[in-house]
Write a protein that binds this ligand. Structure first.
Ligand code: HEC
Length: 158
């Protein structure tokens, strides 16, 4: 019985010592002794994990994504923040917010008509892009454009 007790105490002491040692291991001033967790750190490393982690895109944005890829992605970067041929579209609604929404719809349907009419934002963005001419998309409806803007906003992280 005594031997059993001795073993139990030694075991308790040993466990205590291990914990104390792990404590000193995490001392922040010593980078060589950085605390490394013994449990597995969960990382997103499969496609299904990544999909589960990403917020679901609304149906409208999903519809806009298809339209954007078909019509705009050749000139406007899909990451919405780097320039491609045309400027990045992230935050575009804010840049047109001094004007009625119609103006942005009209720009996308026929940008050069807006430049000729001397719309201030149209002239400014045209000058900034060295007067490159954006394709006209006369057949896009307001709903189509709303869907694409929803997609732009879903992708863009300011
Ligand atoms: C052939 C290349 C091209 C395509 C295709 C194109 N754009 Fe553009 N876009 C431009 C350029 C270049 C500009 C800069 C203004 C200019 O030079 O006319 C621009 C500017 C814009 C602007 C104004 C940005 C701002 O900051 O004010 C919007 C909005 C826009 N494009 C939306 C679209 C959408 C939506 C599509 C698809 C339906 C599209 N563009 C397709 C080239 C293109």
């Amino acid at each position: 019985m005594k031997l059993f007790r001795f073993l139990a105490y030694s075991l308790a002491f040993f466990i205590g010592a291990v914990f104390a040692f792990r404590g000193t291991n995490s001392f922040p001033g010593n980078p060589a002794k950085q605390y490394k967790p013994s449990y597995a750190v969960k990382t997103v490393n499969t496609v299904s994990d990544a999909k589960a982690a990403a917020p679901a895109m609304s149906n409208l944005a999903q519809q806009g994504k298809n339209l954007f890829i078909a019509n705009c992605a050749a000139c406007h970067n899909k990451n919405m923040k780097d320039k491609l041929i045309g400027p990045a579209l992230g935050g575009v609604e804010a840049r047109w917010s001094d004007y009625p929404k119609e103006d942005l719809y009209n720009w996308i349907r026929n940008s050069q008509a807006m430049v000729s009419a001397e719309h201030p934002r149209a002239v400014a963005v045209w000058e900034e892009s060295d007067r490159l001419i954006m394709t006209s998309f006369a057949s896009l409806s307001d709903e189509d454009i709303d869907a694409m803007l929803a997609y732009v906003n879903a992708v863009y992280q300011p």
